[in-house]
Ligand binder design. Structure first.
Ligand SMILES: O=C(O)CCC(=O)C(=O)O
Length: 360
């Protein structure tokens, strides 16, 4: 009782926390559902959530804009919006083509979590290669504590060390024969929360660790980010993508209010790409006491945060994975090839965010 009272106070202490709580997914225990087994999400009031897609449609039709919303560039690939009281914040609805969204989804699942890029699984298992493929093949990650050489016949015949020493992927059959700790690749994929590209971010020290092995950000992503960063840059100023964080969200996952303040030059934007299920993004002020604006982020939307906006708290309290609200029909019509069905299955319940930064 004491604990729950305390938690309630804590969760309602600041305006930002109150907004997070308002939009977060809660289940309705008392819902009079015919199917008692299926948990019902509590209804949430979305009337105050800014919808830049409808704002874009109205603006294209008759030039109208809701109070507080401004247009910064009409001549970019699509109009770039901002908020009157948030200099340095840019919203480009539908900036990514459907083809680009699909290729970024594939890369985010297959290529971006590959070593030397780090993921949230590194702390527990060390570097793991090919999690997505292993999940597709129904493989299991097992702790390899035997000294014996693994041969292609006996137990462990189907073992793939995949660059990781202590833990290795095995077939389900081999995993069951080995009496050691194991976790299915599909569980690892479900629990994948982040991967880092380019310069590796050390979450425990909250800084970039240049001593960690890393590859450069893939060229195509680099070029895309440079192009998208333009509305936030003065003419002739260059944006150098040096690090990126890929966030993976499943049902009920949230990203708490935070600042991205570990980069040297805050005049350079963070270029943030949304893929998959629709989300609610909160953009607050420089204090957690400032009431945040809530807005929908859909697959293909791009947000830039530069200058003053770099000092503003922001977070993602909600993703929508139900068919009606996820709004990923355009992905469903493109990811129909047999080879793409595994990506479709993942993204139907998930959201991916790629945010690209200049570090120095
Ligand atoms: O998921 C998003 O859209 C925001 C991500 C973000 O704020 C971050 O990684 O710092």
């Amino acid at each position: 009782m004491y604990g729950s009272e305390n938690n309630r106070e804590d969760s309602e202490r600041t305006a930002f926390r109150r907004a997070e709580k308002k939009y977060k997914l809660y289940y309705d225990n008392n819902a009079s559902s015919k199917n008692k087994k299926k948990k019902q999400p509590k209804p949430v009031d979305l009337t105050e959530v800014l919808d830049f897609r409808s704002i874009l449609e109205c603006h294209l039709q008759n030039g109208a804009l809701p109070p507080g919303v401004i247009v910064l560039h009409d001549k970019f690939t699509s109009p770039v919006f901002s908020l009157q009281n948030h200099p340095g914040f840019y919203f480009i609805p539908g900036a990514l083509t459907v083809e680009k969204q699909c290729s970024l989804i594939r890369e985010s699942l297959v290529d971006f979590p590959q070593p030397p890029n780090r993921t949230n699984h590194n702390a527990m298992y060390g570097p793991i290669k090919d999690v997505f493929v292993a999940a597709k093949e129904g493989r299991v990650l097992v702790e390899d504590n035997s000294d014996s050489v693994i041969t292609s016949s006996g137990v462990g015949a189907d073992i793939d060390h995949g660059g990781c020493k202590g833990w290795v992927f095995a077939s389900e059959k081999d995993a069951s024969l080995r009496k050691c700790r194991s976790v299915s690749a599909s569980a690892l994929l479900r629990k994948l929360r982040w991967s880092t590209l380019g310069l590796q971010f050390d979450w425990s020290k909250r800084n970039y660790d240049e001593s960690l092995p890393h590859n450069r950000i893939p060229e195509s992503l680099c070029e895309l980010a440079k192009q998208l960063a333009k509305p936030a840059l003065l003419a002739g100023v260059e944006f150098r993508p040096e690090g990126a964080i890929v966030n993976y969200f499943g049902l009920g996952d949230t990203l708490g209010g935070h600042l991205d303040d570990m980069e040297a030059d805050w005049s350079k934007p963070i270029v943030s790409l949304s893929l998959g299920c629709k989300a609610i993004f909160l953009l607050g002020g420089k204090s957690r006491e400032d009431t945040p604006h809530a807005m929908f982020l859909r697959s293909g939307d791009v947000v830039l945060m530069a200058g003053d906006a770099r000092e503003c708290f922001h977070g993602v309290p909600r993703i929508f994975t139900d068919k009606e609200n996820a709004e990923i029909g355009h992905l469903e019509t493109l990811l129909t090839h047999e080879d793409d069905l595994c990506f479709l299955k993942y993204i139907q319940n998930s959201r991916i965010n790629i945010n690209i930064r200049q570090v120095f």
